[in-house]
Ligand binder design. Structure first.
Ligand SMILES: C[S@@+](CC[C@H](N)C(=O)[O-])C[C@H]1O[C@@H](n2cnc3c(N)ncnc32)[C@H](O)[C@@H]1O
Length: 198
């Protein structure tokens, strides 16, 4: 993390979120599973992130040294996130190649190469329909054995009266339609991990 970002986060709730998210990424055991399958972490690990906003999750992925390439999709330009990551890219050390694509994930995801990602992280459009489409499109982009992770599946806004926010229902529909299982991590706003069968 750059010094500027760290300093800013000292005063914002995102610092806690950043630390929690990095810990969750470790606790999910993804790196461990990659290692146990291949004997060592493979060198071509690709991550797709839908929703960058402040770049908190982007930073977490950027700091996993085993990630080879990170593709980030956001409908907004996310200037802070973009500047921060470009800044880190320019620092010495191994960082993933970063491909930021601005646009609607409903379109961009259909343009990416199928079965080319090891990990798809979805935190973009939080409406039921939008989140469901990201899951459907994201699933096609996952390699067999890859992981799809949804954020906010237990967010208190899910199913609330005033918005279409309903990632939880999108998740339920996706696993029901496709006869899949999800593992839920109920801390913070709730994570779900769905592993694509080999
Ligand atoms: C909750 S924020 C993401 C937070 C980010 N993962 C982080 O840790 O900093 C949701 C993001 O999704 C983006 N978004 C919303 N709808 C989208 C869509 N249809 N396509 C692409 N991005 C979208 C928003 O612009 C916003 O930046």
């Amino acid at each position: 993390m750059t010094e500027a970002f760290k300093k800013e986060m000292e005063h914002a709730p995102t610092k806690d979120y950043y630390e929690w998210l990095c810990r969750i990424f470790d606790e999910l055991g993804w790196e461990r599973e990659l290692k146990s399958k291949a004997g060592t972490v493979p060198e071509n690990v690709n991550v797709l992130e839908v929703g960058a906003a402040w770049g908190v999750s982007t930073h977490c992925f950027f700091e996993r040294s085993f990630v080879n390439k990170l593709t980030t999709v956001d409908i907004a330009p996310c200037p802070r996130a973009t500047e921060e990551i470009i800044d880190i890219e320019n620092q010495p050390g191994k960082h993933p190649e970063w491909d930021f694509r601005q646009g609607d994930s409903k379109i961009i995801l259909t343009q990416l190469e199928k079965e080319s990602y090891d990990f798809v992280y979805i935190d973009g459009d939080h409406s039921e329909d939008g989140a469901y489409k990201d899951m459907v499109n994201g699933w096609e982009l996952l390699k067999p054995g890859g992981w799809m992770v949804m954020d906010d599946v237990l967010h208190k806004k899910n199913g609330g009266p005033d918005s279409g926010f309903n990632v939880g229902r999108a998740l339920w529909k996706f696993i029901y339609d496709n006869k899949l299982q999800a593992t839920l991590y109920p801390s913070w706003t709730g994570f779900a991990v769905i592993k694509k069968p080999l």
